[in-house]
Design a protein around this ligand. Structure first.
Ligand code: GLY
Length: 419
């Protein structure tokens, strides 16, 4: 009798898991089918756009674009590559090549720290898909350009050339933003492919300084840490895109979770894993996190004790806008983190799945042919600057597709990050 009961339980569990797996595979399939159609709509819309790159929509709902030097230029080509990887649609591959190769001049660009985003999301995904050795050379040159912004006294890569405080009293000339963790993946790649460890040393130094100076004891994060470039001293901890200096800007927290997880992958340094897990727990255990796990634009939105600087456009804003871009980035990071964490693997995996389900629902995924041909709705670019509030953003789509790709790889028993 007992044996029959055990067999019945085991069989029911098998059926349940099998059913879950089929449902998850179907969610991924449907999302990529949708992505394929929406990306093709965007390709039609951008046919004669030349050297402009899709970013969001303007107040009249029309496509808003940037030039190639903006930090978001690599995401549209990156999304084309990610979708091509799943669907093998030749139209997407042809377009991905065309859009990626428009960015070739950036390999020599040294004007900001965003080359990792711009080049690794475009050429990096292109290299994985095609093994085109010219892409490898371009990535190496891009890594060299990024390293020109490294200051050995500070031990970090300079993010922006200057940062005027929202308090209106000073301008900083060596700001480092938490987002910069994302650009280090390009440097780890350059070291692996060339054997030149200097790229890697710069990446590790930057990550260690960020861990020490930018992450609070409770694993929340400062958005901007400003250094004195001649002494290496920290001279300011403020926010540029968050609610206040002492708050935690949601997308910044997501960049940190992703960045430290990636640094652990590349170094196996336990300090990076501990930081990634601490930051992930701050996000997931936060009482101010809505049930669907898509955060408000700032983790502290609506709470008392968080005062914007006098010049910030966040003053007087009481609507707690969601930032679905932060959720998409976090979901992608949680999938990878779940494969390294000993104690909380299930927690991170389930959170990533829940976020993907939220983003795939009509609450966030736009009907086909709407939303300026972007996929995800309800993102915030920078409320503090009064710009891109409750809109689609090209990087939300990119990380949504990356998270789906990672989910699929895990379901197929492959390493979460492809070579
Ligand atoms: N890296 C800029 C942003 O996340 O808005």
């Amino acid at each position: 009798m007992k044996k029959i009961l055990l067999i019945t339980i085991a069989f029911s569990f098998f059926l349940f898991s099998y059913g879950q797996n089929a449902k998850n595979k179907n969610l991924i399939k449907q999302d990529f089918k949708y992505a394929d159609a929406q990306l093709k709509n965007m390709l039609k819309e951008t046919k004669d756009i030349g050297l402009r790159f899709p970013r969001t929509i303007n107040k009249s709902g029309k496509l808003a674009t940037t030039n190639m030097y903006d930090w978001t230029s690599g995401f549209f080509p990156g999304s084309l590559w990610l979708c091509y990887d799943q669907t093998k649609e030749e139209t997407l591959k042809t377009a991905a090549i065309e859009w990626t190769e428009k960015l070739a001049p950036l390999q020599y660009y040294t004007g900001n720290h965003d080359l990792g985003f711009m080049m690794y999301c475009s050429y990096g995904n292109g290299l994985k898909a095609t093994a085109n050795s010219a892409y490898r050379d371009i990535l190496i040159q891009s890594a060299k350009s990024l390293c020109t912004r490294y200051n050995p006294i500070v031990g970090c890569i300079k993010s922006w050339n200057q940062f005027p405080s929202w308090h209106g009293n000073k301008t900083y000339y060596f700001p480092v933003i938490i987002d910069n963790m994302m650009n280090l993946e390009l440097l780890f790649y350059a070291s692996k492919t060339t054997g030149d460890t200097s790229f890697r040393h710069i990446a590790i130094s930057h990550a260690v300084h960020t861990m020490d100076n930018q992450i609070r004891k409770n694993y929340s994060s400062f958005h901007v840490v400003c250094y004195d470039s001649t002494t290496g001293q920290v001279i300011g901890r403020e926010t540029a895109q968050g609610l206040s200096d002492n708050s935690t800007w949601s997308r910044g927290q997501a960049w940190g979770i992703y960045g430290f997880t990636m640094c652990y992958r590349e170094t196996k340094d336990e300090r990076f894993l501990k930081t990634a897990e601490g930051m992930a727990d701050y996000y997931l255990d936060n009482k101010n996190l809505p049930k669907d796990k898509v955060p408000y634009w700032d983790m502290n939105a609506g709470q008392s004790g968080y005062e914007p600087g006098v010049k910030s456009h966040a003053n007087g804003i009481t609507i707690k806008y969601r930032d679905a871009s932060a959720a998409a980035i976090a979901a992608s990071a949680f999938f990878e983190l779940s494969t390294y964490s000993s104690n909380n693997s299930k927690k991170y995996y389930q959170a990533a799945v829940q976020i993907l389900k939220s983003l795939s629902s009509p609450a966030y995924r736009a009907p086909l042919g709407t939303n300026g041909d972007f996929m995800i709705m309800h993102c915030v670019g920078s409320l503090a600057h009064g710009s891109e509030v409750d809109v689609p953003l090209v990087y939300a789509d990119y990380y949504f597709l990356e998270a789906l790709t990672r989910f699929n790889r895990l379901l197929e028993g492959k390493p979460v990050v492809g070579e």
